[in-house]
Design a protein around this ligand. Structure first.
Ligand code: GDP
Ligand code: IMO
Ligand code: MG
Length: 450
């Protein structure tokens, strides 16, 4: 077991917002997304001065539940419900102004005032309506090999960023924004034309392209009135003033552009590398790394999933876990916990603390399987293979007893059933990382600290 000595802001900030050299703690999903990151960020937010999103865009759907209300955030950081916390959308995030405006409207309608504590990086790239057309055109051209993208324009927007064609939030403040917009739009439409994609009949969020574009352009005026900042200075000034930051990851480590199950991934670094480039902070500022994972596994969209279940246990996970996409409503694929994949994600991120989510979904199971290794062509390995798509590893399972107890109302570690504690111990043994937080339901209050 790794030494668990407190090293960063995470541990200290449990009790205070004390000064420490490493003031940025990071929360990252360790699977294929939807691990429950939003819930945990919301729970932790009061312990930090700042919550900052560093990558991804509105492909994310982070669910937060409290006082009988449920919110799904796509762009706004999940610290927004804590009135004391500054929420920063970092330069590494890509922003669709119309989706952001809808999110703001939704929160305002529910009686919140998200604009007060929300800051948006001028360097964050803009998702244009034509990025969404391109996303649909490219995905449709892939045919049976489609990624199952959320079609929010993620791939084309990050492509434009890297190929140096993109537009940024700060461009909205320049006098020739419309000119720049039209130039990029024209290029995009030419590319869509080349792909033979008939966009005239394609709907974006239920609207034809022209209607969507009109609403999008109108929304940019609104987004311009948000607190736009040079976020790298903004966050480093806060750190210099002794403030603590929780960096909120989107998607999951196995969807990382470099390390995930490529090409069935998203287009950003969802792992810890994305924190420095997506916020403009040095690696030395990073303290604790919280890795969030479900007690089982899910995946939405296409791509390899070694422990996927196609039987009634998979269906039970989907039903009890309400495993339907927060962004697209699609049914999530479900399967057993995959230790080779989990350990891979732990190594990539340097996870210091694990957060286990949704074990309550498994409450009624007499036995539970965990994949402890893979069998690839007769060879047993605990490593995540280069090409998991064609290698198709067969999981080697070990079976443990379930706990057959309702976890949802338990509020302390001591009260947890022995069978569940044994499950947690097994995970700790096999990963070498302590499980520091246990979530037993979607609500804020259904959280156990160790
Ligand atoms: P995220 O993208 O990582 O923030 O996760 P999502 O919000 O997309 O998906 C997690 C889903 O599980 C949401 O519907 C949450 O309300 C729900 N959830 C979170 N934690 C728990 C838990 O411990 N138990 C149960 N049953 N549901 C949970
Ligand atoms: P959160 O932050 C789960 C998946 C999509 C698709 C692939 C590429 O809520 O955990 P993209 O839209 O990026 O082109 O899709 O990645 N995906 C997610 N799956 N949770 C997410 O975010 C996801 N964001 C993207 O389903 O398979
Ligand atoms: Mg989600």
């Amino acid at each position: 077991m790794r030494n668990f000595a407190p090293s960063g802001a995470f541990f200290m900030s449990f009790n205070s917002k004390q000064m420490n050299n490493a003031r940025v703690d990071v929360l990252i999903g360790l699977q294929w997304g939807d691990e429950g990151k939003g819930k945990i960020v919301d729970v932790l937010a009061p312990r930090y001065n700042v919550v900052a999103r560093f990558q991804g865009g509105p492909n994310a759907g982070h669910t937060i539940e409290f006082e009988g209300k449920k919110f799904v955030l796509h762009t706004i950081p999940s610290g927004i419900f804590n009135p004391e916390t500054i929420n920063l959308i970092g330069n590494g995030v890509i922003v669709d102004p119309l989706i952001l405006q809808r999110e703001l409207n939704g929160l305002e309608k529910a009686g919140h005032n998200p604009r007060i504590n929300l800051y948006l990086s001028r360097k964050a790239h803009l998702i244009l309506p034509t990025h969404r057309l391109l996303d649909a055109a490219l995905e449709s051209a892939k045919g049976a090999d489609k990624i199952g993208s959320t079609l929010k324009g993620i791939g084309p927007t990050y492509t434009d960023k890297v190929s140096r064609h993109g537009l940024r939030i700060g461009d909205l403040e320049t006098p020739d924004f419309v000119e720049k917009y039209n130039k990029l739009r024209t290029n995009h439409l030419a590319m869509v034309g080349l792909s033979n994609f008939d966009y005239s009949s394609h709907l974006i969020d239920g609207m034809d392209f022209e209607t969507y574009e009109k609403a999008w352009l109108e929304s940019t005026a609104n987004i311009k009135t948000l607190q736009l900042v040079d976020s790298e200075y903004f966050i480093n000034d806060l750190l210099s003033a002794g403030k603590t930051v929780l960096a909120e990851g989107a998607q999951g480590s196995l969807l990382d552009i470099d390390f995930g199950s490529y090409p069935f991934v998203t287009s950003s670094n969802t792992t810890i590398a994305g924190v420095c480039s997506g916020l403009g902070i040095p690696a030395s500022a990073i303290g604790k790394v919280l890795g969030v994972f479900k007690a089982y596994c899910t995946r939405v969209g296409s791509g390899p999933f070694p422990t996927e279940l196609f039987d009634e246990t998979g269906a039970l996970m989907r039903e009890r876990g309400r495993e339907f996409g927060s962004t697209t409503g699609r049914a999530r694929r479900c399967g057993w916990l995959d230790l080779p994949a989990l350990n891979y994600a732990i190594i990539l991120n340097g996870v210091t603390d694990l957060v286990i989510m949704k074990p309550d979904v498994l409450d009624s199971l007499e036995t539970i399987n965990i994949a402890s290794s893979y069998n690839i062509d007769g060879k047993v390995t605990d490593r995540f293979p280069f090409d998991i798509n064609t290698t198709k590893p067969t999981p080697v399972y070990e079976t443990v007893n379930g706990w057959m107890t309702d976890l949802k109302d338990i509020r302390s570690f001591d009260e947890l059933p022995a069978g569940f504690k044994a499950y947690v111990s097994l995970i700790e043994q096999r990963t070498g990382v302590k499980v520091s937080i246990i979530s037993t339901g979607p609500d804020r209050t259904q959280t156990i600290w160790r």
